[in-house]
Structure formats: structure tokens, C-alpha cells
Ligand binder design. Structure first.
Ligand SMILES: *Cc1c(COP(=O)(O)O)cnc(C)c1O
Length: 424
């Protein structure tokens, strides 16, 4: 008798996965941190590699039976090193890679553990300005165990204020300086962060969780070889499995490796490591560069179309994969707009805008990203359509007949652009 499959063993979970598969097919997924992993990536993720314990690193493990796992991890590392060396500063030999962090947040914690003592001063972009929780926000362990000094964006143009970063760094002398964002639509000047870190003797950490795919493709400048350490997720623009990775200079290799294991984690998720290797192979193809360019182009076109329709877009546009829409001019807050859009099959998240006069759980903005729709092959014409739908729904957030009509049109468009990885 062949072993039963999921549908036979657990109809309930099978049905839930099927429903999510349908939702991901039928909707325009605009959450800037999300994407569609390929069938190949998901196959590796769903493999027998999940069965193996392999604490340690290749050729230095604590259990036997690592002949295959060592090769998987070394393959992932060598592919990532070669891929990111193409756009990095400096020599490929000086790039050390750790693929074991369970996700982006644990990768960042490893940086604190490698370089800081509890109570040390750390600096990062504040959450309300587009920074990440793990860069020292008060509710995060990183804000509780370290003395966090957040920097912000300028009031006039909502761009990171490098003069303020320098002033605060000189005043507070951080041990660790973060350059990385989660809701910021502009290019980061890693060289300027490097200069400030050098002036105050700080370790510079770049967090490219959102933009790793753009960095790999050369569409955003790379901090690798500029920053001391670079952390990332693997599942956002990079389009791999849910996971984390750390790049650092060789001089920091053992501090980072020891921080990840045994400092923070136990056995690595080998099925994820294999899927990261697959994603690195996919990202080294010319088609990935086309995808990354299209992600940025789509975001630019969408921002322009929304501005034309009277929406506020912070900083006036975007250089990367996301835009922050300020809904103040439309007399609606972010949350009701996001909820109405979700009912229309357009899925984004409500988000604070810089200097938001509203509360964090009921802010003025929407964060909109183009990675997932671009992975489906959508382009300029679809972005124009999207702007029109967003405009109609946001202007009529309680008109359920109109919302249902838009949802039907969204579904028809999605049917014409099958997404990677899904089963339809
Ligand atoms: C998403 C993100 C993370 C955290 O990643 P998780 O995988 O959700 O833990 C860290 N830093 C930045 C800048 C991010 O955008």
C-alpha cells in the first residue's frame, strides 16, 4: 500500500492549503515583503532534508551522517557568494556566508550577539520612519537589551537624514549602526553610513531583507564589502524559501558563525538551506535581472499613476520595490482602505507615514510593493489598471457592489497571469 498523501491523512489542513493557494492566485498581492517562491524552491523546502540534524557547520558537525547535508550547505554558500560577489565591493574571497539563520530576525540577533554586550548603544532607523523592529525598537528584545538611539527621516522630503545620523552617532557613540529598512522607498547610501561608522568606531550592519533580490541583480547598490556585516531574509524580493542569511568580511566569520550556532540556534533547517541554494541558482539567471528591473519599473509606474490620481506618495515616488501611499488627501485612513482593498482582492498593508499624525495601529498610509505581481509577469499596463482599481475602491470603501465588481475584474486579470509555484 502506498503511503497516504496529505489529502487522505488530513483533509482539514489540505483544504486550508488549497484555500490559500486559491487566494494567492486570485488576488493582487502587494505586500512589499511577499513574493511567489518557485515550484522548485517549494519542492526543496518540502523534502526529506527536514529529517536531518546537523548542528555545527560543514565538516565540523556534532552528529554523523552529514555526507549529503555538508554538500547542500556548501553549495548554498558557494552559490550565494558567487552571486552577490557580482555586485559587491572588493574580492569574492573576502565574503563569508552563513545560511543557517532561521529567518531575518534571528540573523539580526546574531549580529548583536557577535558584536555587542547588553546595554551597548545601537542605532537604527526608527520604526515610524520605515525601520525594522529588530533595529532597536522598544518592544523588541533589541530595544530592551541594548540602548537604542533611533534616527529618522527629514521632515521636508522624508528621506533619511545623514546629517542627523552623523550628529547622533557622534553624540552617542554607538557600538553598532544599522542601515536597513522595511518601509522606505529610496536607495540607501551605504558609503555614507560607512563613513559615519568609521568616524565613531561603530560596526556597520546593513540589513537588506527587503532588497536582497534587487541587490543580487544590481538594481540597488550592494553593501557587501562596504558594511562589516550584511543580514537578509531569503523570501522577500530574493524569492527563496522563508529563511535568513548573513554575509560578512572574513575577519568577522568566526564571530558570526559562533553567534548563530551555538549562540542562538540549534540545528539548521537543511530543507530551507537546499531551497536557498535553488533560489540562488534562479537568481543567477539573466531572467532574474529582468524580473528585478521590472519590480522597480512597476513600482515607479504605479507611484506615478497614483500621484496622477491625487494620492500622496511619500518622497514623491520610489527607487525600489515599494511605495508608501499617504491617504490623507483622500480622507480615509490606512486601515479601512486596506480592508476595503482586501475585499476587492487587492492585498496591501496599512502603514504609518513619516510624522504620521494618526496612531500606529490606525495610521494614514498604505505600503504597496510590486515583487509578487512582477513575479507573475505583470507590467506597466497592469499597474495602470491597479491604480484605477485602488482609486475606485478607496473613493468608495463601503460600496460593496462596486468592490465585488472590482474583485471580479481582479480575478480575471489574475487568471491571465498564473503565479509561479501555485497549483491551479
Ligand atoms: C522582514 C525584515 C526582517 C525580519 O525578517 P523575518 O524573517 O520576518 O524575521 C528584518 N529586517 C528587515 C529590514 C525586514 O524587512
Amino acid at each position: 500500500m502506498p503511503e497516504k498523501d496529505l489529502a487522505q491523512v488530513d483533509a482539514e489542513v489540505f483544504k486550508l492549503i488549497d484555500e490559500e493557494n486559491r487566494r494567492e492566485h486570485e488576488s493582487m498581492r502587494l505586500i512589499a515583503s511577499e513574493n511567489y517562491a518557485s515550484r522548485a524552491v517549494m519542492e526543496a523546502t518540502g523534502s526529506c532534508l527536514t529529517n536531518k540534524y546537523s548542528e555545527g557547520y560543514a565538516r565540523k558537525r556534532y552528529y554523523e551522517g552529514q555526507a549529503v547535508i555538508d554538500r547542500v550547505e556548501e553549495l548554498a554558500i558557494s552559490r550565494l557568494r558567487a552571486l552577490f560577489a557580482r555586485t559587491a565591493e572588493g574580492a569574492e574571497d573576502d565574503i563569508h556566508v552563513n545560511v543557517q539563520p532561521y529567518s531575518g530576525s534571528p540573523a539580526n540577533l546574531a549580529v548583536y550577539l557577535a558584536f555587542c554586550q547588553p546595554g551597548d548603544v545601537v542605532m537604527g532607523l526608527g520604526l515610524p520612519a520605515g525601520g525594522h523592529l529588530t533595529h532597536g525598537h522598544t518592544v523588541s528584545i533589541t530595544g530592551k537589551y541594548f540602548k537604542s538611539v533611533p534616527y529618522g527621516v527629514r521632515r521636508e522630503d522624508h528621506r533619511i537624514d545623514m546629517d542627523e545620523v552623523r550628529r547622533l552617532a557622534k553624540e552617542h557613540r554607538p557600538k553598532l549602526l544599522w542601515a536597513g529598512t522595511t518601509a522606505y522607498p529610496r536607495t540607501l547610501d551605504f558609503a555614507a553610513f560607512r563613513a559615519i561608522a568609521d568616524e565613531v568606531g561603530a560596526v556597520l550592519a546593513a540589513d537588506i531583507a527587503h532588497i536582497a533580490g534587487l541587490v543580487a541583480a544590481g538594481v540597488h547598490p550592494s553593501p557587501i564589502g562596504v558594511a562589516d556585516v550584511v543580514t537578509s531574509t531569503t523570501h522577500k524580493t530574493f524569492r527563496g524559501p522563508r529563511g535568513g542569511m548573513i554575509f560578512c568580511k572574513k575577519a568577522h566569520a568566526s564571530a558570526i558563525d559562533r553567534a548563530v550556532f551555538p549562540g542562538l540556534q540549534g540545528g539548521p533547517h537543511n530543507h530551507t538551506t537546499a531551497a536557498i541554494a535553488v533560489a540562488a541558482l534562479e537568481a543567477s539567471q539573466p531572467s532574474f535581472v529582468d524580473y528585478a528591473k521590472a519590480v522597480v519599473e512597476n513600482a515607479r509606474v504605479l507611484a506615478e499613476a497614483l500621484v496622477e490620481r491625487g494620492f500622496g506618495v511619500t518622497t514623491g515616488g520610489t527607487d525600489n520595490h515599494l511605495l508608501l501611499v499617504d491617504l490623507t488627501s483622500k480622507n480615509i485612513a490606512g486601515k479601512p482602505a486596506a480592508q476595503a482593498l482586501d475585499r476587492a482582492g487587492i492585498v496591501a498593508n496599512y502603514n504609518a507615514v513619516p510624522f504620521d499624525p494618526r496612531k500606529p495601529f490606525d495610521p494614514s498610509g498604505l505600503r504597496v510593493g510590486t515583487p509578487a505581481v512582477t513575479s507573475r509577469g505583470m507590467g506597466k499596463a497592469e499597474m495602470a489598471k491597479l491604480a484605477e482599481w485602488i482609486d475606485r475602491v478607496v473613493a468608495n470603501p463601503t460600496d460593496e457592489a462596486l468592490i465585488a465588481k472590482v474583485a471580479g475584474e481582479v480575478k480575471a486579470l489574475c487568471d491571465a497571469f498564473p503565479a509561479p509555484g501555485l497549483r491551479i
